[in-house]
Design a protein around this ligand. Structure first.
Ligand code: SME
Length: 159
């Protein structure tokens, strides 16, 4: 497929509804996990302009940094630590309107103000998380949760 994205600007729902089919087109037929995660975060970054968006993948007993877009980030996160490690431990999406108010938040960058973390669950196990950071407070809501969970659910995480 053509590698150019069509970037629609509108309300959040319209933007997700525009970018999700494009992400599906990018990953369909491509079996390589890293390639697909890389294109997914690149498309999300281009659509929404978030400060940081990326995947962490569970390897042994830690989350390890995977494909991302944005500034360099923490490489390894323990289960139960920070927003990502808590999302892993609780196997649920966490919306954090103000990261400074989240006990144990891991500040990879002082510019990050709010965050959403969506666990990737396969066969009942968390195998990774999608982490999105904004440099604005209170950036994420139930609409982001809905669509980011849809994106994560449709990705093929088999290597
Ligand atoms: N803030 C995250 C760490 C990852 S970075 O934001 C990219 C956390 O508390 O888990």
């Amino acid at each position: 497929m053509a590698e150019d994205l069509s970037i629609v600007k509108g309300d959040k729902t319209a933007e997700y509804q525009s970018i999700i089919p494009q992400i599906n087109a990018l990953v369909t037929g491509e079996p390589d996990l890293v390639a697909n995660l890389a294109n997914t975060v690149a498309a999300l970054k281009e659509q929404f302009g978030w400060f940081w968006v990326g995947f962490y993948l569970v390897k042994s007993d830690e989350l390890v940094l995977g494909p991302f877009q944005g500034p360099v980030a923490c490489t390894r996160i323990k289960k139960g630590r920070g927003v990502c490690g808590t999302s892993w431990a609780e196997a649920k999406t966490l919306i954090v309107p103000d990261v400074e108010a989240f006990p144990g938040h891991i500040a990879c960058s002082s510019l990050s103000k709010s965050e959403i973390v969506v666990p990737v669950i396969r066969n009942g196990q968390v195998i990774g998380v999608l982490d999105v950071d904004s440099d604005r407070l209170d950036q994420f809501d139930e609409t982001d949760k809905l669509f980011l969970e849809e994106i994560v659910a449709s990705l093929d995480f088999q290597v």
